[in-house]
Write a protein that binds this ligand. Structure first.
Ligand code: B1N
Length: 818
């Protein structure tokens, strides 16, 4: 039976009781943090009962389930999310209110678990939310990083990284499960013995190993009693006892094991769309893959005996190439531990694994030096060699005589292990994350593989959960939508189209704009509290929040702001609707160009915000430490959503969808899922500019783009670029921004100047902004545009995405819960 949250009165009493029993304090004496912990336990009580019921039904009904393998789960805070899904948010809010406490302050006590970088990790979290809400049995499998994504401080305009010690105090939403510990082995060598039956036995020796301990986190479905499990793995040394005692043993090995365990899960690599190729990262990958597979097989064998039927009960979805070792490790377990021959093991593996590609950026392609790979994973390497040998034979059979093709497609080539190639060779499904992205994979980046296996390729356009990004982040709009069209959109976002009936209703449009204004005031206060910048909630809030990457073109945005500032200075009376440009972005710690762009944004902000002569027409704000928790408020407050990546580069984007859900209007290129937003909107109520992906790809192929021409033909660009190197935004050091200038104009700097066509798209970006200005001036026009975005957002729910994965790839059984 589904257990529900108690009444407001009961919650009020329970919170007080918990504070007493947990901290030996009366409620009045308790700190905010203690009250947060008490609330977490009140909610956990309900969650745990539903978790137990779900797992019992799972065992009884024996449905097929998915293991979502991901190095990142950017789950964000769980207290608010769990209260919403348990249908107890209002009750807890009222109970706290009765006790004189603001629920926001309590939620703010929770660390924001940042076990991911950006879109890829957040997508994994949205998927778990949707799987539970749709009652599909699922496990998330990941790593319990002790330090998640760093916290960002801005000092003198520069980003400073501060460690995120989110486990400093006990996290209330995780449960250690020592009963599911497994050993994971690294290094050493492989000895083989021929068996009397003609088979060979492989024996791994001389290795170091760690014990993988899972911490389970409940993943609650919305109002349905379903609770799935996210398992994140931590490492502990196997050999501590040997150090402690004087038992004979290899003391050095014990020390090595200890250090291995210490380092393994220490920190998340803070790179988005970029890989560093560090050995520790490969260790992390094998660690969580091996542990997860061992637990999955362990569970399977509790209720089944025929391993050949594994694909009927289990599918492993690989979130990008990071967990590609799933392929070889599953082969190893099936052969070495469960006695299958190669052909049977390959049959099972290739029916259990599927791969999602998230990027075409070359620097994000994972390739490991064979020497490192072989040294760290000697048995896995042998298996990869055999997979590669057979794969090359298969290519040869299909394309006889085309040795170049074999070289291009091989898993082992040029002294490297190419993870994407292995993922595609073994997976029964290969999907992209937006229609355009999948077409580019098929026709350009993965064209060879598409010719080999056209049937494997499919598209699954990304989505987001409306429970977190509207109900939790924007309860005012959420309640308003409920008052207009009811609650069905909460679990079926296509129902938002019912809002079309209000597009011509002046009163409704007014209410809608009033809510936006309230949300802008909330953000303005946040900006004041955190940045000490005063922004006018009546100005246009034009927002770009996402990881900082040159292809996402925050530079285009800030150059445009510099241009606007010049315009306003030159024509003080020009017709201009006051605008606040809001940025939020973390740059990878070693990404120099990205970090310099942050400094540029902050310097431009300092100049513009302090210029009294422009009469507050322009403001620029860089929000420090952009993360899931402040993102929710930022989306709610945005008028304009900046989705301006170089066409073809952003695989999908998901921020674009979160803005749309909250009634912001997009300015964007025809890239990623923007294309599908454009289609859902029938090409209206969205501001598209810039080159198409075909044009970008053609320029890249023909090497015929020269940014110097763009500068020479456009005096506005000339002026702005001049200001980058004449000290206009950096009086003390006029050379400070020279590297940015060079990246745009000087071929010596990168393989091509202006790699991301910033100057090429500049003029059309300016025009699109002029159209926004015109549209915003008419309040009713704007309200209609914005509401129309909400009405057409239905496709972009992760519930829709997950249903497509289930129908086309996973074929899961729904769990029945009374
Ligand atoms: O995955 C998101 C997409 O919406 C974004 O467009 C895409 O950029 C993002 C290596 C990545 N692709 N690749 C990564 C992250 C971490 C890392 O170490 C690559 N992130 C994306 C969801 O599909």
């Amino acid at each position: 039976m589904k257990r529900q949250m108690p009444s407001t009165k009961e919650i009020e009493r329970e919170i007080q009781d918990r504070v007493k029993s947990m901290f030996r304090k009366d409620f009045e004496e308790a700190t905010k943090e203690e009250i947060y912990r008490a609330c977490a336990e009140v909610v956990n009580d309900v969650v745990i009962d539903n978790w137990l019921t779900t797992q019992k039904e799972f065992n009884k009904q024996d449905p097929k389930c998915v293991y979502y393998m991901s190095m990142e789960f950017l789950i964000g805070r769980l207290l608010g999310n769990n209260m919403i899904n348990m249908r107890g948010y209002t009750e807890v809010m009222d109970a706290l209110d009765a006790l004189g406490i603001d629920i926001n302050e309590i939620e703010d006590q929770e660390p924001d678990p940042a076990l991911g970088n950006g879109g890829l990790g957040r997508l994994a979290a949205c998927f778990l939310d949707s799987l539970a809400t749709l009652r599909y049995p699922a496990y998330g499998c990941g790593i319990r990083y002790h330090y998640g994504m760093f916290k960002q401080k801005i000092e003198d305009g520069y980003q400073k990284e501060v460690p995120d010690d989110w486990l400093q105090t006990r996290y209330p939403f995780e449960l250690e499960r020592p009963e599911y510990e497994f050993e994971v082995k690294f290094g050493g060598w492989v000895r083989y013995e021929s068996q009397p039956d003609g088979t060979t036995k492989y024996i791994h020796e001389g290795y170091n190993s760690v014990i993988a301990t899972p911490y389970d986190m409940p993943v609650t479905g919305f109002d349905n009693g379903m609770v799935n499990t996210l398992m994140i793995w931590d490492a502990k040394p196997k050999e501590v006892f040997r150090l402690a005692s004087f038992e004979r043993g290899d003391y050095n090995k014990a020390v090595e094991d200890m250090n291995l365990a210490r380092n393994l899960t220490e920190v998340l690599y803070p790179n988005d769309n970029h890989v560093q190729g560090k050995e520790l990262r490969l260790k992390q990958q094998y660690f969580f893959v091996s542990a997860s597979l061992q637990r999955a097989l362990n569970k399977y064998f509790r209720y089944h005996h025929d391993i050949m039927k594994l694909p009927e009960k289990v599918v492993f979805q690989m979130n990008d190439t990071h967990p590609t070792l799933t392929v070889a490790e599953l082969m190893r377990l099936l052969m070495d531990e469960h006695g299958l021959g190669w052909d049977d093991a390959w049959e099972v593996t290739t029916h259990c694994v599927a791969y999602t590609n998230h990027t075409i950026m070359a620097e994000a392609l994972e390739k490991w030096p064979e020497e490192i790979f072989k040294g760290l994973l000697p048995r896995i390497y042998m298996i990869v060699e055999e997979i590669n040998r057979r794969f090359c034979e298969e290519i040869r059979a299909k394309f006889p005589g085309d040795e170049q093709r074999i070289h291009r497609m091989a898993i082992l080539a040029d002294g490297q292990v190419k993870m994407a190639h292995m993922a595609i060779a073994a997976s029964f499904s290969v999907n992209g994350v937006a229609a355009l992205h999948t077409e580019i994979l098929k026709n350009v980046s993965l064209h060879d593989f598409y010719e080999m296996y056209p049937e494997k390729f499919n598209n699954k356009t990304n989505g987001i959960t409306q429970r977190r990004f509207l109900m939790h982040g924007n309860y005012k709009l959420s309640d308003w939508v409920i008052s207009k069209i009811g609650r069905s959109w909460i679990t079926d976002l296509s129902n938002m189209e019912k809002l079309e009936n209000y597009l011509d209703d002046k009163k409704s449009l007014d209410e809608f704009m009033e809510i936006k204004l309230e949300n802008k005031k909330r953000l303005a206060k946040y900006i004041w509290d955190h940045n000490k910048v005063n922004v006018d909630p009546n100005s246009i809030f034009d927002v770009q929040v996402k990881r900082l990457h040159e292809y996402k073109r925050q530079l285009l945005n800030i150059l445009h702001v510099m241009y606007l500032y010049n315009q306003i200075k030159e024509n003080p009376d020009m017709d201009f609707y006051p605008t606040t440009f809001i940025f939020g972005a973390k740059a990878s710690a070693g990404y120099e160009n990205a970090k310099l762009i942050i400094k540029l944004i902050n310097n431009v902000a300092a100049v513009i915000n302090n210029d009294k002569s422009i009469d507050n027409k322009l403001k620029v704000v860089f929000i420090e430490d952009y993360r899931v928790s402040n993102a929710e408020w930022i989306f709610a407050a945005a008028d304009v959503s900046e989705q301006i990546s170089t066409a073809s580069k952003e695989a999908s984007g998901t921020g674009n969808m979160k803005f749309m859900l909250n009634g912001a209007v997009t300015i964007g290129t025809m890239d990623g899922a923007n294309v599908e937003m454009y289609n859902e909107l029938d090409g209206e109520n969205i501001f598209i500019f810039g080159m198409s992906s075909d044009e970008v790809i053609a320029h890249e192929k023909n090497h015929d783009y020269n940014p110097v021409d763009e500068m020479n033909n456009n005096p506005h660009i000339q002026k702005v670029l001049g200001q980058l190197i004449n000290g206009y935004y950096s009086i003390d050091n006029p050379e400070l921004f020279r590297p940015i200038y060079n990246s745009l104009l000087n071929t010596q700097c990168t393989e091509r100047a202006d790699m991301y066509f910033v100057l090429k798209d500049f003029a059309s970006y300016c025009e699109a902004h002029e159209k926004i200005q015109a549209a915003y001036k008419d309040r009713e026009t704007w309200a209609k545009m914005a509401l129309s975005n909400v009405a057409h957002v239905g496709k972009f729910s992760s519930d829709r995405t997950i249903q497509e994965y289930v129908d086309d790839i996973w074929h899961l059984d729904k769990l029945e819960l009374k």
